[in-house]
Design a protein around this ligand. Structure first.
Ligand SMILES: *Cc1c(COP(=O)(O)O)cnc(C)c1O
Length: 384
């Protein structure tokens, strides 16, 4: 009878349909075209950057960004341990070594004091640090007020993984604009989507030109096919850019809906001792995903129990990203840890946060959580 309420489903409708059909009918069914140009131009304008290059995924964007800032095989690249695996994978693609850093327990973002300790240690060892890749976790910007001057002092470029953060700001500046290059994702679950896609953002036209060249099989500008180095086919389709353009023009409304949803969760959990909304202090977040952190010694219940209870009612939840240092693929990576990421992994639960959630969906989710809080010991399965 019921359908599942997902964590962050795509929020697409008639506007996306009309843009997509118009692009299809125009004949620009290729990885070039007017929608692609407009999508790049408007995303750059929206993020306060001089230019943008659209690509096939956020992961591809990260890969090109690292190459463009000069990351080479044998370099080390500083990456948060608390992130989606794509951040670390992109480092591996370049032949560099990811070094993992723990997070601030209150925000989940890079612990900047720890980054300083690590950069000092790496520099004492004579390692070449190719980049620092902060992640704007769940749509909250990292602490750029301290991270940017720190990286300048060590002369290490920042590649901002803003995959989750389009529409967020920090100290009045848009997410995606803090590094030499910033990266966005338009995967189906992100704040806006092209079904799959990504974007590179920068104030440096040469860096963007390098990314565009590498994304286009490193083809030389001559009539025959001439290649002096190995490139990639990472371009975004003009049809998908049409969807993205429609999404971008609806961004403000979608961010407002996610923020509203977070406020409702905050209100609901405010009287519950031992439950905190992660990063609730950040009023400039885009609220891509709302996560609660549960101190089970005070609540008497584990976050996993709430997750099971909601799953039985067809409501999707998810644990916080499992930290990279706990992933078999990255267990051999050097890491500077405090235990903060691991603690968020075991105590956090991410709740339905999508802008496509209807009022009825929201009411259902909130009522179910209230039911659980009132009687957490009861019926793990649906009474119906
Ligand atoms: C989604 C995501 C990516 C990867 O983006 P794709 O478009 O799925 O390749 C990278 N980093 C973070 C933090 C993400 O959340």
């Amino acid at each position: 009878m019921s359908r599942t309420i997902h964590l962050s489903p795509p929020d697409v409708g008639p506007l996306e349909e009309s843009y997509l059909v118009a692009a299809l009918r125009s004949g620009w069914v290729a990885p070039v075209g007017p929608e692609l140009d407009a999508f790049e131009r408007e995303t750059a304008a929206r993020t306060g950057t001089r230019g943008a290059v659209a690509v096939s995924s956020g992961t591809a964007a990260l890969h090109l960004a690292l190459l463009a800032v000069g990351v080479r095989p044998g370099d080390v690249v500083v990456v948060p341990t608390l992130t989606f695996v794509a951040t670390a994978n992109a480092v591996r693609y370049t032949g560099a070594r990811p070094v993992l850093v723990d997070c601030d327990p209150l925000t989940g973002n890079l612990d900047v004091a720890l980054v300083e300790k690590l950069l000092t240690r790496l520099s004492d060892r004579g390692e070449r640090v190719g980049a620092v890749v902060p992640v704007d976790l769940f749509g909250s910007c990292a602490d750029y007020s301290t991270l940017v001057p720190l990286c300048e002092r060590f002369d290490v470029p920042i590649v901002e993984d803003a995959a989750e953060a389009l529409g967020a700001t920090h100290a009045g500046r848009p997410a995606g604009s803090f590094g030499r290059i910033g990266v966005l994702s338009f995967n189906g679950n992100k704040i806006i989507t092209t079904s799959g896609g990504g974007m590179l953002l920068s104030d440096e036209p040469e860096l963007l030109a390098r990314c565009r060249y590498l994304a286009t099989q490193a083809r030389q500008p001559v009539p025959h096919y001439e290649h002096t180095e190995v490139g990639y086919n990472y371009r975004l389709s003009n049809l998908l850019a049409a969807i993205g353009l429609a999404q971008l023009r609806r961004l403000d409304g979608m961010v407002a809906r996610r923020r509203h949803l977070r406020e409702r969760y905050e209100k609901l959990f405010a009287p519950v001792p031992g439950v905190q909304v992660l990063g609730a202090e950040d009023r400039a977040a885009n609220c891509w995903l709302t996560t609660v952190v549960v101190d089970s010694a005070r609540t008497g219940w584990e976050p996993g129990r709430l997750g099971e209870y909601l799953a039985a009612r067809d409501i999707e939840t998810r644990p916080v990203f499992k930290p990279m240092h706990l992933q078999p693929a990255y267990s051999d990576a050097e890491a500077l840890l405090t235990g903060a990421a691991e603690k968020l992994f075991t105590t956090g639960l991410t709740l339905p946060s999508g802008s496509a959630l209807t009022e009825a969906d929201t009411t259902l989710v909130l009522a179910a959580i209230e039911g659980f809080i009132a009687a957490p010991g009861q019926h793990a399965t649906h009474p119906d």
